[in-house]
Design a protein around this ligand. Sequence first.
Ligand code: GLA
Length: 391
Amino acid sequence: MADLDALKRAFLDRFGGGGAGIRAFHAPGRVNLIGEHTDYNGGCVFPAALNFGTTMLIRPRGDRKLALASENMPKAGVFDLDGLAHDPADDWMNYPKGVVVHLAKHGFPLSRGYDILYCGEIPSGSGLSSSASIEVVTGYGLLRMEGHDAVDTVRLAQIAQEAENRYVGVNCGIMDQFAVANGRKNHAILLRCDTLEHRLVPLDTGGCKLVITHTNKRRGLADTAYNERRAQCEKAVAFLRTAFPDLKLLGELSPRQLDDHARLIPDATVLKRARHVIEENRRVLEAVKALEANDLAAFGRLMVDSHRSLQHLYEVTGPELDALVDAALDVDGVLGSRMTGAGFGGCTVSLVREDRVEAFRRRVGDVYTKKTGLVPTFYVCGIGDGVKEVE
Ligand code: GLA
């Protein structure tokens, strides 16, 4: 986490005034262990909060202005609380602005303005949810500053998702905001995205580490391709309604039901998308079972199946992510590896025997760089808490 003393000095340099009344909040990033592109289909996901994310320092102002600045982003701005329109020129500041607007829509209007300084540790575009992290830390911090001591973090995740969908204009599902708001140290969250029923599962990886590897490839065009996948899933539902008139989301179907009715989907691409979603949904439940039975080898195999399905059926991996996974699976002591997040660049997550982590870095780094010309970044990942106030 960010050095709070240094951050406080930076805060005072920027906004002036005294240190009294400044409070600090932190929200993590997330890694999804399995269950990709299932959330907006009402399926299951299995993410965990990371031990790094976004720290926010905040202090009330005497007027109705919102002053936003970041240690990582050049843009800063001061906005009128009563006129927070979306503006592409405001860049990253649209995330906190959107959260303020949507908090108000849900009955939490701000009673006064605030100075806010962020410090982010999640590379943007890495697929580790830097945007959900900033949304959730903003919503949580503001609610606490406004005197709401028991914040409902499930509701907060929904409001943050709504801000991203309607204000920022990215049509994401609930997984990222939910994980960032509700994570727990050394646990992953089994979440059913249609009902938001969830369960914390101890993440006991025995003698293994979870290693995140960043392709360092920016996710170009990711939003367009993401929305296209969503539309294809909706098409699949429309076709399948001939047999299931009440069907709302693909997550309601079993692989068997899809097999029995596959002929109702005349479009081969749409059928592939549906197959991924429905099989991935089942893999999540199998993976949680394997983890709870301490069968890490089975968990690892399901991670690989998930990646191959994202590669060949959902087609959201791309050469860089595939190169990382292929290189990882060639290293002795690797139990599983897959892309995590939306895809098209970003990161993989691998389950690696502890004594092989150094060899993993060396070998995967070499092979990946030879193949792609890019240098990957490795994080041996720690699983942290969801959003909270920090002292
Ligand atoms: C992004 C979205 C999530 C989810 C994943 C894919 O991270 O924000 O809602 O759809 O992609 O699983």
